[in-house]
Design a protein around this ligand. Structure first.
Ligand code: GLY
Length: 359
């Protein structure tokens, strides 16, 4: 849907750049505070990283930077309410699964909250899984990010968030050191607050080009094979079952610019790694494969806060955890935009840490 608003007729309190899960969740949160919100999306809403994501709600990963862990844990705790509210408001299901996750590791580097499990217990939990290394159970949920983003889009529309898709923001409108809107390739939109939620494209918007880079992940989904109850996360591959029988298998971490093509050998390698864990996957068919672009930052931390242009905020750089961090990001950013002091220490995420590093 492409809709362009006449800036002379309609005005907004906030323009959000990017209709992925971060932008849409924030739009809904700001509407709850009665702000008038426009989301400007360069392509189709929810079709970039939010569409490509696996949807593992990893609340306590050992690979996660320490500064992100409190946010991840809190966002994981918020998820059931977040997901159910989107379901209620959209009438769409988001496939939030509570079955938990089996972790498999050669060096047993499990988070403290994981419970090591014996071979026998593993066999009863997930009979198709053949594992030579150590295993542990952790009560992490998963969600279907495509369904979640579709629900967020519908819920945002239901709450009268305006959405302009197919318009690329080329730059900011400013007056002195204040933002007062955005300039797209077609028109301009005025608002006293602008929030950059453009994911891997967040660094492309003049005038402050944040060092966000795309980190490509190739993935596939298989159908018609064994039943998996749990998410399975190993050192070199993960498997995420959906309730409709698909199993999503991922992923790579590639520095390939904005190239979203998949290659046969990589998809086959992922499938082979998955088959080593679940040999019955040999009977499945590849349903589809795809690649998404995660928004990576030099320190692997999100960028959350007001920039050096008054009224211009950024919420990007969520790297591998954008789906998980959507509810907490919406809460934090709403607090920052309204000037309310929040309970989370977001000092580590300030955009100002990149002052002087912008291109
Ligand atoms: N969050 C899963 C991934 O980045 O591959």
């Amino acid at each position: 849907m492409t809709r362009t608003y006449n800036a002379g007729v309609k005005s907004w309190d906030v323009v959000i750049i990017g209709a992925g899960i971060i932008g849409l969740s924030l739009a809904i949160s700001l509407r709850k505070q009665r702000l008038r919100v426009l989301v400007v999306e360069r392509g189709e809403p929810g079709r970039e990283a939010s569409y490509a994501a696996a949807g593992m709600l990893v609340g306590s990963g050992t690979e996660m930077p320490p500064a992100v862990k409190p946010l991840a844990a809190e966002s994981a705790r918020m998820y059931p309410e977040f997901a159910h509210e989107l379901e209620d408001e959209s009438g769409l299901k988001v496939d939030l699964r509570e079955q938990g996750t089996i972790l498999i590791s050669c060096d047993s580097a499990f988070p403290d909250s994981a419970e090591p499990i014996s071979r026998e217990r593993l066999r009863s939990l997930e009979p198709e899984l053949i594992v030579a290394s150590s295993a542990a159970y952790i009560s992490e949920r998963s969600v279907d990010p495509r369904a979640l983003t579709a629900a967020a889009f519908k819920a945002a529309r239901h709450r009268e968030v305006d959405i302009s898709s197919g318009s690329e923001v080329k730059g900011l409108l400013t007056s002195g050191d204040r933002v007062n809107g955005v300039q797209t390739d077609k028109t301009s939109y005025s608002a006293g607050i602008v929030v950059n939620c453009a994911g891997a494209w967040a660094g492309c918007i003049a005038a402050q080009k944040f060092p966000v880079r795309p980190v490509k992940g190739q993935m596939l989904a298989v159908v018609g094979g064994p039943h998996l109850e749990h998410v399975v996360r190993a050192d070199n591959v993960y498997l995420v079952p959906r309730s409709d029988g698909r199993i999503v298998i991922g992923s790579t971490l590639e520095d390939a610019g904005y190239n979203k093509q998949t290659d046969v050998s990589t998809i086959q390698r992922l499938l082979q790694a998955a088959r080593e864990l679940v040999p019955e996957l040999a009977k499945t068919k590849v349903h589809d494969d795809w690649a998404g672009l995660r928004p990576g930052t030099p320190d692997e931390l999100p960028i959350l806060g007001e920039t050096r242009t008054t009224g211009y905020f950024i919420a990007s750089g969520h790297y591998r955890d954008g789906i998980l961090l959507a509810p907490i990001t919406a809460e934090i950013m709403t607090g920052l935009i309204l000037g309310k002091s929040g309970t989370h220490d977001v000092g580590a995420f300030t955009p100002r840490r990149f002052l002087g590093l912008e291109q």
